[in-house]
Design a protein around this ligand. Structure first.
Ligand SMILES: N[C@@H](CCC(=O)N[C@@H](CS)C(=O)NCC(=O)O)C(=O)O
Length: 202
């Protein structure tokens, strides 16, 4: 059985947790409290030398880390979440790289700062740039989704799971999704799927 090293409030670890649930795959969940430094212990660094959750322990005892790589692995055994056609599969990768470079560093980090620091904390100075970058990512998503149901092709894929994770809680990072009707409709479509769980569920 897989073992997922996880922290419930984290959108990055929600990605594999959500996909495992959508695919109906049983797994053991190990809670790693990132706020108590549990990702930086020698024991955890032996699992992920980069000291971050999520990490997935495979049946042979090997570890996979980086949320989108874990999504790729879980989806790549003939599931509908990764198209077989190379061009569409590359489009899925394109949106997952977009998520990591142009979306998560802004929306997830703004959410982290607002959830974990008080008003006078020096990290609050980062928020202006985080909001600018986050809204730029939402603009790209809105434009792409205005005539589409999902990011790639006509079926939900791991690109949607990767982007859903922090977009659906963007309000917790101070983002207003009211001007993004296509993004809001897409969020509802993703959350309507059988097996869907909330970020706080497992
Ligand atoms: N690019 C990584 C980011 C992982 C990440 O930033 N994880 C955070 C929680 S969301 C973490 O473990 N932080 C604890 C630490 O840095 O010690 C991924 O997508 O998995």
């Amino acid at each position: 059985m897989y073992r997922l090293y996880d922290y419930l409030p984290s959108g990055n670890s929600y990605k594999p947790r959500l996909l495992l649930s959508l695919l109906g795959i049983e797994y053991e969940r190990i809670d790693v409290n990132i706020m108590k430094g549990e990702t930086r212990t020698p024991e955890f660094l032996a699992k992920n030398p980069n000291g971050r959750i999520p990490a997935l322990e495979l049946e042979d005892g090997e570890f996979l880390w980086e949320s989108n790589a874990i999504l790729y692995f879980l989806a790549s055994t003939g599931t509908p979440y990764l198209p077989a056609e190379p061009r569409l599969a590359a489009n899925v990768m394109q949106w997952m790289f977009f998520e990591q470079y142009s979306h998560e560093p802004f929306i997830a980090v703004a959410r982290f700062i607002l959830m974990h620091t008080d008003e006078n904390h020096p990290r609050r100075a980062e928020l202006k740039d985080k909001m600018k970058g986050g809204y730029a990512a939402l603009d790209v998503m809105e434009k792409h989704l205005h005539n589409r149901d999902y990011f790639v092709g006509d079926h939900v894929s791991i690109a949607d799971i990767a982007l859903y994770a922090y977009t659906h809680v963007a309000d917790q990072g101070g983002f207003d999704l009211a001007p993004y009707p296509a993004v809001r409709s897409w969020l509802a479509r993703v959350s309507d799927r059988p097996g869907h769980i909330l970020i706080t569920d497992h």
